[in-house]
Design a protein around this ligand. Sequence first.
Ligand code: BG6
Ligand code: MG
Length: 212
Amino acid sequence: KFTAALFDLDGVIVDTANYHYLAWKTVADELGIEFSEKDNERLKGVSRMESLAILLEIGCLQCDEATKIALAEKKNKTYVTYIEQMDAGELLPGVRDYIVKLRRRGVKIALCSASKNAPLILQRMQVEDLFDVVIDGNRVEKAKPDPEVFLEGARALGVEQQDCVVFEDAKAGVQAAKAAGMYVVGIGQEEHLREADIVVNRVDHAEMEKFF
Ligand code: BG6
Ligand code: MG
């Protein structure tokens, strides 16, 4: 049995993928890059700067560091205007209850996200108190698929990596969690998440009694 649950944020707790997509789309349009929802799958789970690098690669464009920073800031400004309007109604179904039940069973809970906007989103969703620790994009150096964010989560909870179950919706995130030596529940479609140990459609479809 596992003693800790580590949750990704975007796409696991809350469905922000479309807001990320719309915000990158404004940047893409401005640069004349054709950017589809299918391309957006590649941006899931990876850091803001890495997302920009992928977008520029799709458009076969290169630019200097200062321009990159300006573009990433622009995207984030648009993204923040979307998330500032979010409320607890946009929590993914069943997530809150699932975590509340885990807590009652004594399972330790961490949020392990690449996003620098995690604190704002948690606040908007009113779920800050569900997590014993929050490790986000402001606290880690290496983006998923590097295992840093999950190893840091386990360390902060005071548990061993093999005692952790990770809930992840992105390919890069599943790879990061596997590289950390953890059990991975993939959230979403099997085709993107083949490296996960099991795949379910939503968090509360992972049988709690089986794992914790
Ligand atoms: C991840 C998202 O959670 O956070 C990525 O899946 C995003 O799409 C990354 O790029 C970084 O987010 P932010 O909010 O710091 O730009
Ligand atoms: Mg995610």
